[in-house]
Ligand binder design. Sequence first.
Ligand SMILES: Nc1ncnc2c1ncn2[C@@H]1O[C@H](COP(=O)(O)OP(=O)(O)OP(=O)(O)O)[C@@H](O)[C@H]1O
Length: 272
Amino acid sequence: MLDVTTHRSAAPEILEVAGLSKVYEASNGPVEALRSVDLTVRKGEFICLLGASGCGKSTLLRIIAGFEEATQGEVSVYGCDVKGPGPDRGMVFQDYALFPWLTVRDNIGFGPSHRRVAPSEVAKLTDKFMAMVGLTAFADRYPHQLSGGMKQRVAIARVLANDADILLMDEPFGALDALTRSALQEELIEIWRTTKLTVIFVTHSVEEAVLLADRVVVMSSSPGRIDCQAEIDLPRPRDVASAEFNALRRSITQKLTSHVGGGRPVAATADS
Ligand SMILES: Nc1ncnc2c1ncn2[C@@H]1O[C@H](COP(=O)(O)OP(=O)(O)OP(=O)(O)O)[C@@H](O)[C@H]1O
């Protein structure tokens, strides 16, 4: 089940990470956040990056997003080297990163307006994605008037309205309560099925990874590397109580705990 190197899907590979290393120059010396990371992602795949705190998940995601430069190696999307942020990649952060002075409608429409899309088209796109995330009734509210789950729905709709092909999500549900998180996980899968987006989703939670992913990429720390990958071929919607789900959860948890600090417990969780 683990250490899978072949993919069942025949979808084209649209994102390639090759020989990626990242060293941060910190005040107390260099920090090797990533070493020799190789990863290929197919169109429409849902990938979860899973690993203990500090293993470089966010660094890898930020380099893919173009927010951070690699020390060595390359990221390419549709064969073009990533040299900075681009409209083909949209990022959703744990802390939402909405514009507090804009309403729900204007936050979602910000990207297309900025790209000088015609106002009537911006309105159409905004309406479509507000409806997709269930926020039509809240169009004129400001971020401070929304719950955490609603803010994260706005953040997702904002990326969708930008017409990104690749949705990069950095622990997007980490700050939410269990019920809201579960609702948003279901909504995200529905959005992913509808839009056929490619998703790279960072999480600490083995359960969340097995629930969402087509493929779980397990990272190890110090330096951050890809330790192994697991194809998750469970049918959707997935039943977290099923024997198959739990077998996968156990084997991935064992993998996580076996290599970090010689078996010491890690800050990645087997449940959400
Ligand atoms: N700007 C920075 N300067 C120096 N070191 C950094 C910087 N950003 C990250 N690091 C270090 O790089 C390593 C990887 O960090 P990163 O945030 O990518 O890990 P992570 O797996 O996403 O962690 P978490 O799950 O806790 O968010 C850590 O040791 C971290 O302290």
